[in-house]
Design a protein. Structure first.
Length: 328
């Protein structure tokens, strides 16, 4: 009897080890083909579907040629390597990569979804039954196209779109529509200028500087969201006036994002829009953590609990700074 119990216990342990090892079968985002970007993907369809049922998340399937053509490589580099895009995919979806130029399980799934082999990237977002939740993303190889599909699914399922994802969407939308514009405003203090202007919906970035003997703020904004006249009225309400740019303009680097610079947030890699919104929130004594992704929040927690020397990252190249911190 004791032998049987010991044997059953051993079998139970072996089954558990097998389950754990199977559950960990994901790609290594730091060492993988460029076609996969910086997303850690599951590679087993049945496992992804099971996780979808367990966690209540849709499955985002990337049908990709690996190694692939220039379009496939560009999709991985330009779309799937954006740190916040990768966060959205890993945080709110079950990411699954199916190679469209391989045999075995990949070929079975390819046939199941009637996807062509040796094809350019295709993304499908499905539920726990493998049913499409939005239109198949094909022929549109832009980050904005993938974002829109993910947004559609989350809204369809009545799920909250976190602020960090919303900021990503605002940036991608302005880039894809080519509706980015600039405006300069003079004021008595550019710290206050950045604080107020950065809070406006449609503002993508603020920059403190000097021009024509004035403290000024350069505002980069999406004119399809925030009209020039509306921006000017908003600035006027805060005692700021528009100013035409000339060659005297120079950045006030020591005063740029002043409120952010004096907090622990300066040690985080941040997108330009995250920087702008966080600086504005801190200046107005509002919550700023809401603009961070799960990974950024984890880094913030580590920073608060660490006394080791820290490297300022908020104003460094976003992707490189993110990757450097991720590799530690």
């Amino acid at each position: 009897m004791q032998y049987i119990q010991s044997r059953n216990a051993l079998l139970g342990v072996l089954v558990l080890i097998f389950f754990i090892s199977s559950a960990q079968k994901r790609t290594d985002a730091s060492h993988q083909d460029i076609e996969l970007g910086k997303v850690s993907w599951y590679r087993d369809y049945d496992q992804a579907i099971a996780l979808s049922a367990k966690e209540g998340k849709p499955v985002l399937i990337l049908f990709q040629e690996i190694p692939g053509c220039a379009t496939c490589r560009n999709y991985g580099h330009d779309v799937l390597s954006n740190p916040l895009m990768a966060e959205v995919i890993e945080d709110l979806f079950i990411p699954l990569a199916i190679y469209n130029n391989k045999k075995g399980k990949d070929a079975v799934v390819l046939k199941q979804f009637r996807e062509p082999s040796w094809n350019n990237p295709v993304v499908r977002i499905v539920n726990k039954h493998g049913e499409d939740l939005t239109r198949r993303v094909a022929g549109n190889y832009s980050a904005a196209g993938l974002y829109k599909a993910m947004e559609n699914v989350l809204l369809l399922e009545n799920k909250t779109i976190p602020p960090y994802m919303q900021l990503l969407g605002e940036e991608l939308s302005a880039i894809s529509k080519n509706t980015i514009s600039e405006k300069y405003f003079k004021m008595y203090c550019f710290w206050t200028g950045e604080k107020h202007l950065g809070s406006a919906k449609g503002v993508l970035n603020t920059e403190a500087g000097f021009m024509k003997g004035h403290e000024v703020v350069k505002v980069t904004y999406d004119k399809s969201v925030l009209g020039e006249s509306i921006l000017e009225d908003f600035a006027k309400d805060q005692n700021m006036l528009p100013l035409s740019k000339d060659n005297s303009y120079r950045i006030a680097s020591k005063d740029e994002d002043y409120f952010l610079q004096h907090t622990i947030y300066k040690y985080l890699p941040l997108s330009k829009l995250q920087r702008t919104k966080i600086n504005s929130a801190i200046g107005q004594r509002e919550a700023a953590e809401k603009y961070l992704s799960p990974k950024q929040l984890a880094w913030l927690k580590q920073l608060k609990n660490s006394e080791t020397p820290k490297e300022i990252r908020y104003n460094q190249p976003f992707v490189k700074s993110w990757e450097a911190l991720s590799s530690r």
